[in-house]
Design a protein around this ligand. Structure first.
Ligand code: C2O
Ligand code: CU
Ligand code: CU
Length: 573
């Protein structure tokens, strides 16, 4: 009996030692107007003494936090020292498509990329990550992801914690799957290891005052139901792309992959205590990656998903130990924050209806195909052509059996409704990523401003990275239709069309610069929908444009050479 007691005690001691908590890694920062990211293959010890193969930016995992000031012109150098081609995308930021780092803007191994843009975004928490077609999950899961903190004058006027690593902390919450050798398995639906900033079993010491946490769901697939141990109240102050109108007291916040939330904790009289950020996944309805059943219909299975102790159970994300306050602490939760002025629904130019729909409705639909508008991603097809300055309502119906986080590049949007009901207060601020539950329809409004006629398109996609890589992504371009017949956005010289108006089904174009070679052309309807795309046959400054049996009316013709784009109007008689 005595021996047995001893053994039990020893086991408890050993398991306590194994459960030893690790101080959460706080990424270093880069600030100013020039930033360099060196992407590298590396190893990192998620588990003490065991090297796990990783990828990181300026280090072996994750990347530095980039601190940017609104209005600054920033210059970024991304050096790709990986063995793989990749891209780096500034998730949530309003930059031109060329600077956006989507799948078309690849950086070869050994190569560099130099985006440069003016920071136009509001103070909020953004992030960067690779976005190579079909490789996003691999590069993110192996470790490349970093925060971007944008600051602005509006935020600076508020009495908020903002000293990085002192009362203001970025926390990237991720789950990963490790094999027996503690190597990261990707893709995987068996992610059972929770980490914050690449730290397993993490703790963070926080001063006994008001602190700010910038939460990112950086997981490939998993949704979190954020709450505090003991169901304590936290105050949400910011969503994906800006501050809320006022600090919002919450006890739960659902976060899908890619979403960010800034929260305040009032730890003023909690010195000496420990609280935890948890995911209350037991409260998820079925049909969410993170619930007991990932599909609404319990007979639908997802390869590798169960069993997993994280599915449908509550679990700890990070322990927060409250220590002595700092000098000059923030001690109050502010009331009002910023004024939010969504576009009026009546100002919209168009409503686009989108669907998430599995190709078949069989039992394995949770494993694919993953489609938007019944269409799979094709690098060579531009799915929407959007007139510059259009105000648009996007209505997205999730006809599938699992919740998908919808994300769009270029813009921030304002939620209009979920199944006709006003969005909760936590979703009334600026968003670029929104979880859409099975059988739910979500509508948002946004405006496509500032950037048009770029040589590459922007993306919109599901931010579950297996789905994104599996084709649940489409692309759009923004077109400046006010360009006149002979105005040339990026080209040299002029483009003439003869005859125009066109009475037959063919016409000819000619570029005035004889050195240019036309590689392809596209025809758009007057509302900006891509209707035809053709490669030019003889790579010369002239080309025959085939209109086919298009209806009479106004069309836009876009002509591409290696480096230039020409835009013109064609009238079909
Ligand atoms: Cu965070 Cu298109 O991505
Ligand atoms: Cu993005
Ligand atoms: Cu999805």
């Amino acid at each position: 009996m005595k021996l047995r007691l001893f053994t039990t005690t020893t086991l408890i001691l050993i398991s306590m030692m194994l459960k030893a908590q690790n101080p959460v890694l706080i990424p270093g920062t880069l600030s100013g107007t020039e930033f360099t990211l060196n992407l590298q293959n590396a190893t990192f010890q998620f588990y003490e003494g065991i090297n796990t193969t990783t990828m990181g930016a300026n280090g072996s995992v994750l990347g530095p936090t980039l601190i940017m000031q609104k209005g600054d012109l920033v210059d970024i150098t991304v050096n790709n020292e990986l063995a793989d081609t990749t891209t780096i995308h500034w998730h949530g930021m309003h930059v031109s498509a060329e600077n956006d780092g989507g799948p078309h803007t690849t950086i070869d191994p050994g190569g560099s990329w130099n985006p440069s843009f003016t920071v136009m975004d509001k103070a909020a928490t953004y992030w960067y990550h690779p976005h190579l077609h079909q490789m996003t999950n691999k590069h993110v899961s192996l470790g490349i992801a970093g925060f971007i903190i944008v600051k602005d004058d509006e935020e600076a006027l508020l009495d908020l914690p903002r000293t990085y690593g002192v009362d203001d902390f970025p926390l990237a919450i991720q789950t990963k799957d490790f094999d027996d050798q503690k190597q990261i398995v990707v893709p995987s639906n068996s992610d059972d290891v929770v980490m914050v900033n690449a730290t397993i079993d993490p703790y963070l010491d926080l001063p006994a005052q008001v602190v700010r946490l910038r939460l990112l769901n950086g997981s490939s697939m998993r949704v979190f139901n954020i709450g505090l141990s003991g169901n304590g109240t936290f105050y949400m102050i910011g969503s994906d792309g800006g501050l809320l109108s006022e600090a919002l007291p919450l006890t739960r916040l659902q976060m899908g992959p890619g979403e960010r939330a800034e929260i305040l904790l009032d730890l003023g009289d909690m010195q000496g205590q420990t609280i935890k950020i948890m995911s209350y996944a037991s409260e998820f309805q079925d049909g969410i990656y993170g619930a007991t059943y990932p599909g609404m219909n319990q007979s639908m299975t997802l390869d590798g998903y169960n069993p997993n102790p994280l599915n449908g159970n509550n679990y700890d994300i990070i322990s927060l130990n409250v220590i002595a306050p700092t000098d000059n602490p923030v001690t109050n939760i502010p009331g009002s924050l910023v004024t939010i002025t969504p576009w009026e629904e009546s100002a919209s130019n168009i409503t686009r209806d989108l669907t998430f729909s599995p190709e078949n409705m069989g039992l394995d639909q949770l494993n694919g195909n993953f489609l938007i508008n019944n269409t799979s991603f094709d690098m060579d097809v531009i799915n929407y052509s959007i007139p510059l300055n259009n105000i648009e309502i996007w209505s997205i119906a999730n006809n599938s059996a699992i919740a998908h986080p919808f994300h769009i590049h270029d813009v921030q949007f304002y939620m209009l409704d979920r199944d006709g009901n006003p969005p909760p207060a936590s979703e009334q601020g600026r968003k670029d990523d929104i979880l859409i539950k099975p059988q739910e329809t979500v509508r948002f409004i946004t405006k496509f401003e500032d950037f048009a006629n770029d040589p590459v398109p922007y993306m919109f996609h599901c931010h579950m990275l297996i789905h994104e890589d599996g084709g649940m992504m489409l692309q759009f371009e923004v077109v400046d239709e006010t360009i006149g017949i002979n105005d040339i956005p990026n080209g040299k010289g002029e483009m003439s069309i003869f005859p125009n108006p066109v009475s037959g089904n063919e016409t000819t174009i000619r570029l005035s610069d004889d050195n240019l070679k036309i590689s392809r052309y596209e025809i758009y309807s007057s509302s900006g929908v891509l209707t035809q795309r053709h490669n030019a046959e003889n790579n010369s400054p002239t080309a025959k444009i085939k209109l086919g049996d298009t209806k009479p009316g106004l069309y836009f013709l876009k002509v591409f050479t290696a480096e230039n784009v020409f835009l013109n109007k064609i009238i079909k008689k």
